[in-house]
Write a protein that binds this ligand. Structure first.
Ligand code: ARG
Length: 477
């Protein structure tokens, strides 16, 4: 079916007036003030200014090299852009709502500074490929910063894990004491999560690092441009292969938010544990006072606001991901103004993740575990019951039978009100003749963790090896 034709009523168009008006020659009246405010993005896309200028300079150098603009124009553009950079850095650049977005603001200022040459800059490009390029350049730098901060948090975890490789705490499943683990081993679990986060961001970076410029509005340009040259100059790995995809694609931003949401989920789990561990009911760790806040009414309180906020902020990053997925799902190709809405969620996701990583790196480095509290808790939940079962298996009892024997022993200990290791040998022997006086090595917390001596296990020497391995990996370029 043919698309519907719009039947516009004939309009009186005062050509002479439109030509001299400050608004586009295409329109018979200026945009309403409300619409101007509604459509403008300069309030938030100004943070793209430096990358916008960088991309414009690369574009201008290519235009000159391909003889699309004269050499002198390039020199004028370079001079004007240097001034603009200085104005922005000094805070004296006059951002205007009138000019809508960062791109037009800078272009207008360039024209005011250098005249004709400034008007030629936009040859062979559109704001559609320009904005896609800017966001990619900006995001690439953000990914590098995120990676550095993930690595810094990993370093803090490694430091603590090394110090506390042998410190015994209860490990939980279903939030019930399960088996003894070491604090170092527990922290190294987070190190692993962050390692995967870093790999995900590195993968995302390869897809971010493609140049959209040259796609122009959507169909490409009639000028003899050299996209590869621009890509090289801006440090891109290559150019976007399809001009329509180049201006409409925001997968890279969605991917970033997905990885950011996942990383924040990891931080949120750590936050949750810190909140529990800091609660007097657990008392497993103390946070230095600089990370705690008081209550305005209860003088005795020391609250874990920082972990709580990280847990809370993970919600907004997940929100950014959902926002971007929803933003894109019904957009026809190619560019639509909807895309302007990609920036705030993306910016916020990056800011929130970076802040959370920075604050957690410091906080983790400052954590002070409380060994007595961890030990007391580990002794409470029959954490070495599996060790007793494994002991029986080593003496020839089938595991299922061993499981039942230990369950009976646990009931006995529960009745008496002691740990398994508190039962006299004679009592233990009643449950199985296979039990000998060497059983207490298996029932001690230290014996339990030391026995899990394989790659990925909680034995102190394995934790130290995992730390060393992680450090060695870091040493590699
Ligand atoms: N401010 C716009 C954005 O963020 C720039 C691109 C505008 N392009 C257009 N055809 N209106 O997406």
């Amino acid at each position: 079916m043919a698309p519907p034709r719009s039947k516009r009523p004939p309009r009186a168009r005062p050509a002479a007036r439109a030509a001299s008006a400050p608004w586009s020659a295409r329109f018979a009246e200026p945009v309403s003030v409300l619409v101007k405010r509604f459509t403008a993005s300069v309030a938030f896309d100004r943070r793209l200014a430096q990358v916008d200028i960088e991309a414009s300079l690369a574009h201008a150098r290519m235009l000159a090299a391909c003889r699309v603009i004269p050499r002198q124009d390039l020199a004028d553009i370079e001079r004007g852009m240097a001034d603009i950079r200085a104005e922005i850095a000094a805070g004296s650049f006059a951002w205007s709502l009138e000019a809508e977005d960062v791109h037009t603001n800078i272009e207008r200022r360039l024209i005011a500074l250098v005249g004709e040459a400034g008007k030629r800059l936009h040859t062979a490009r559109s704001r559609n490929d320009q904005v896609a390029t800017d966001v990619r350049l900006w995001l690439r730098a953000e990914i590098d910063e995120v990676d550095a901060r993930l690595a810094a948090l990993q370093d803090a975890l490694l430091g603590q894990a090394e110090r506390h490789a042998a410190l015994v705490m209860p490990g939980f499943t279903h939030l019930q004491v399960a088996q003894p683990v070491t604090f170092g081993h527990h922290l190294m679990a987070y190190h692993e999560m962050l390692e995967r986060d870093r790999a995900r961001f590195a993968g995302c970076r390869t897809r971010v690092n493609r140049l959209p410029l040259g796609a122009a509005a959507l169909a490409g340009t009639t000028f003899p441009i050299d996209r590869e040259r621009v890509a090289r100059e801006l440090g891109f790995d290559g150019v976007c292969a399809n001009s329509i995809d180049a201006v409409s694609d925001r997968d890279f931003a969605i991917e970033f938010c997905a990885h950011a949401a996942l990383a924040m989920m990891h931080l949120s789990r750590l936050a949750e544990e810190l909140v529990l561990w800091m609660s007097p009911r657990y008392g497993f760790v103390r946070l230095p006072d600089r990370f705690c806040t008081g209550s305005s009414i209860m003088p005795q309180k020391k609250n874990p606001d920082v972990p709580e906020l990280v847990r809370g902020k993970s919600a907004r990053v997940t929100g950014s991901l959902v926002a971007l997925l929803t933003l894109m799902k019904a957009q026809p190709l190619a560019y639509n103004k909807d895309n302007q809405e990609d920036k705030e969620p993306l910016f916020d996701a990056a800011d929130t993740l970076k802040d959370s990583l920075a604050v957690f790196a410091e906080l983790v480095a400052g954590l002070e575990p409380v060994p007595e509290a961890m030990r007391a808790a580990a002794l409470e939940g029959f954490a070495t019951a599996t060790d007793l079962a494994d002991y029986l298996v080593r003496k020839g009892v089938p595991f299922r039978d061993a499981h039942a024997i230990v369950a009976r022993a646990v009931r006995e200990a529960e009745g008496v009100g002691c740990d398994l290791s508190g039962l006299p040998l004679a009592v233990l022997k009643r449950f199985s003749p296979a039990i000998g006086d060497d059983v207490f090595d298996s029932l001690s917390l230290e014996g339990s963790v030391a026995a899990r001596d394989h790659v990925g296990g909680t034995a102190p020497r394995r934790v130290k090896a995992a730390v060393a391995r992680a450090r060695a990996r870091r040493g590699k370029p």
